[in-house]
Design a protein around this ligand. Structure first.
Ligand code: PLP
Length: 290
């Protein structure tokens, strides 16, 4: 990841005067910021194609949803949109970039104002033929599928800065000779990847699990489904079990920076890579204007 530019969004400034460009390597956070000491905050990562940020409104929606779940101040939508556009324009020379934007609860020694910043960077280049197929293991998430309703303080379904568990799951996948993970609830339902949404295909029907299971509503999955429906395929949001995945005709993990990546192995089972649907979904993503 090559950091390109970093801006600080000053919550106390008037609109338009609140972005300061600094080098991405410039120290920015106080050691007492709750992002650093508690991982207490939220973020989004938006893919940028030739300087155009994609699915911006859906990411802003999810950012606001995460803020509500964490009792953070309502993000100022217009200012965040303008800030994302400014950083994205700095990446216009690159076919594909990304903007990560963050709001932490602020400095624990400060005035209670959130700390806000954005980072423009270049994600790993995507191979010519589309995203590389991934080998995946299923891992127990340790929560029931109704956790979002029964225990909202666990923040399942919010995109928080606390990704240490997600990173640990990826290390466990590597120990098991795989590239990525699909989490399963303790009551046996498919959830999501540590940084991706699961899509499964059986025949002409594509299915992804519902956000009510305490997972993130995926912006990439949403736009993949739009592309599939435009091509005459059927899409549904429905619960899936590990058996459903094992017996599926094809599977994908999708996220903003990687697009729709086909799964080539799930635990011990080889999964057929469906090149046609993969191309269809990624072409739909690349055709987005915004
Ligand atoms: N689920 C989790 C836990 C994620 O971290 C992400 C993205 O990083 C996704 C799903 C996919 O979301 P999107 O397609 O909006 O990038």
């Amino acid at each position: 990841m090559i950091p390109v530019a970093l801006f600080l969004l000053d919550p106390s400034a008037t609109a338009g005067a609140d972005l300061t460009e600094v080098s991405a390597r410039t120290p920015l956070l106080a050691a007492t910021d709750l992002a650093a000491t508690r991982g207490d905050g939220i973020f989004e990562t938006i893919v940028v194609v030739h300087g155009r940020p994609q699915a911006v409104e859906a990411h802003l929606d999810r950012f606001a949803r995460s803020a509500r779940l964490l009792d953070l101040p309502e993000p100022d939508r217009d200012r965040w949109r303008a800030a994302v556009d400014t950083v994205a324009q700095r990446l216009a020379a690159h076919p594909r970039g990304a903007v990560r934007y963050v709001m932490s609860r602020g400095d624990e020694a400060g005035d209670g104002a959130p700390t806000c910043w954005l980072l423009g960077f270049l994600p790993p280049a995507r191979p010519e033929g589309g995203p590389t197929p991934v080998r995946v293991v299923t891992l127990d998430r340790g929560y029931r599928s109704d956790v979002a309703a029964t225990s909202p303080w666990l923040l399942q379904g919010a995109k928080t800065l606390s990704y240490a568990v997600n990173m640990a799951a990826l290390r466990e996948a590597r120990r098991r000779g795989a590239d990525d993970v699909v989490f399963v609830s303790t009551d046996g339902l498919i959830l999501e990847g540590p940084s991706s949404t699961v899509i499964s295909r059986r025949g002409d029907e594509f299915v992804t699990p519902p956000a009510e299971l305490g997972i993130l509503p995926g912006t990439t999955q949403h736009d993949c489904f739009s592309a599939l429906r435009a091509a005459g395929r059927t899409t549904h949001i429905r619960e899936l079990t590990p058996d459903d995945l094992i017996s599926a005709d094809a599977l994908w993990l999708c996220s903003s920076t990687r697009g729709a990546a086909p799964i080539s192995r799930l635990d011990d089972k080889e999964i057929t890579v469906d090149t046609e649907s993969t191309t269809l979904m990624n072409a739909g993503l690349d055709a987005r204007r915004r």
